[in-house]
Design a protein around this ligand. Structure first.
Ligand code: PRP
Length: 177
């Protein structure tokens, strides 16, 4: 169902998404084999990408999630981030791979990577399915990047608009009619 007054346009098809996930998974498997990495998803947006990614990586690893303060129904970050749901495991000596659906301003991932590094892990790297470099407010290194995307309102493949559309298998642009 689509809102009256808006329409969906497929920007990245499910077929292209699958190819991107496969490429990222091969890179990650090459770098982390034998390291039993801890894959940390940022709720909620990352859950679809993370589920596809870990099955494509298909090697021993562990999964945990964090939830940070959400932008809610706003499209703008407040810039203030706090942890709403924390990890349920020790990080000392672990190789941590943060998985995110989109890096926009970079504030969320910059905060989380700094937060995790304070817990004594062996390494912290970032894998993002998409990035909007034109929106960046802080410098953030993305170690494994799926795709750069334009500054459009994107939904689907985990991304929402006021909690709608996360289930869409394609990454879509939500356009005003
Ligand atoms: C979105 C997205 C990232 C973050 C990226 O999450 O999933 O976590 O914004 O934006 P940034 O780079 O400007 O920090 P949101 O806060 O909308 O919550 P959600 O994942 O629950 O949709």
């Amino acid at each position: 169902m689509v809102d009256t007054g808006s329409e969906l346009k497929v920007l990245i098809s499910r077929r292209r998404i699958a190819a991107v996930v496969k490429r990222l998974a091969e890179e990650i498997r090459g770098d982390y084999t034998g390291l039993n990495p801890l894959v940390v998803g940022i709720l909620k947006g990352s859950f679809v990408f993370l589920a596809d990614l870990v099955r494509a990586v298909n090697m021993p690893l562990q999964v945990d999630f964090v939830k940070l303060t959400s932008y809610g129904d706003s499209t703008q970050s407040s810039g203030r981030i706090t942890v709403l749901l924390d990890l349920n495991c020790q990080l000392a000596g672990r190789h941590v791979l943060v998985v995110e659906d989109i890096v926009d301003s970079g504030l969320t991932t910059a905060f989380l990577c700094d937060y995790l590094r304070q817990k004594g892990p062996a390494s912290v790297k970032l894998c993002a399915f998409t990035s909007k470099p034109s929106r960046r407010k802080v410098d953030i290194r993305i170690d494994y990047l799926g795709l750069e995307v334009p500054d459009k309102f994107l939904v689907g493949y985990g991304l929402d608009c006021a909690e709608r559309y996360r289930y869409l298998p394609d990454l879509c642009e939500l356009k005003e009619k």
